[in-house]
Design a protein around this ligand. Structure first.
Ligand SMILES: [Zn+2]
Ligand SMILES: [Zn+2]
Length: 152
C-alpha cells in the first residue's frame, strides 16, 4: 500500500475537518444526503422508466418491468405485454400490506389458508371442514383465548 493511495480522501494540510464537513453537508442537496440513494422511477439522470404494470410505480430494470413483474411475466412464458400488464397484480411481496387472519377476533396476520399459523393448524387438524361454518364455530369458542393463554 503506497502512501499515495492512503492520501486519497484526506484533506490538504490546513483545512479544518469540521468546517469542511459542515460546508459539504450545506452544499449537498437533501436528496443526496441520504446514506442510500434510491432514485425515483423516471428520474432524468439516475432513474429508469416506471414498470410497465400500471400502479406498480417501481423503476423498471428488466425489459420494461421491475424485478418482481419481470419474474412473474417470465414465469408464465412471456405473453403479450400490454394485455398481461393490464391484468397483472400491481402489488408485490414485501410491499403488500399484511392481511389479517379470517378467524373472528383474531389479530394475527395470515400464514396459510388465509388464517394465522394457529388457526390454520386448528382448521387442518379438524380435517379442513367448510371454512365459513368452521369460522362461525370459531366465533362461539374463540381460539384466540387459547392462543393468548398458550403465550403467557
Ligand atoms: Zn412492477
Ligand atoms: Zn387467527
Amino acid at each position: 500500500m503506497s502512501g499515495r493511495a492512503l492520501a486519497v480522501g484526506t484533506l490538504p494540510a490546513g483545512v479544518d475537518r469540521e468546517r469542511f464537513a459542515a460546508r459539504l453537508v450545506a452544499a449537498v442537496r437533501p436528496e443526496f444526503a441520504a446514506e442510500v440513494i434510491v432514485p425515483a422511477s423516471g428520474d432524468v439522470v439516475l432513474g429508469t422508466p416506471a414498470c410497465a404494470v400500471p400502479d406498480c410505480g417501481r423503476a423498471s430494470s428488466r425489459q420494461g418491468w421491475c424485478q418482481a413483474h419481470f419474474r412473474r411475466w417470465d414465469k408464465v412464458g412471456r405473453p403479450e405485454r400490454q394485455a398481461w400488464a393490464a391484468a397483472a397484480d400491481s402489488q408485490t411481496w414485501g410491499h403488500r400490506r399484511l392481511a389479517g387472519c379470517r378467524a373472528p377476533g383474531c389479530r394475527f396476520s395470515q400464514h396459510r389458508d388465509r388464517l394465522c399459523y394457529r388457526h390454520s393448524q386448528d382448521w387442518r387438524r379438524d380435517g379442513q371442514p367448510e371454512i365459513h361454518a368452521w369460522l362461525a364455530a370459531c366465533q362461539r369458542q374463540p381460539k384466540t383465548d387459547q392462543l393468548a393463554a398458550s403465550e403467557n
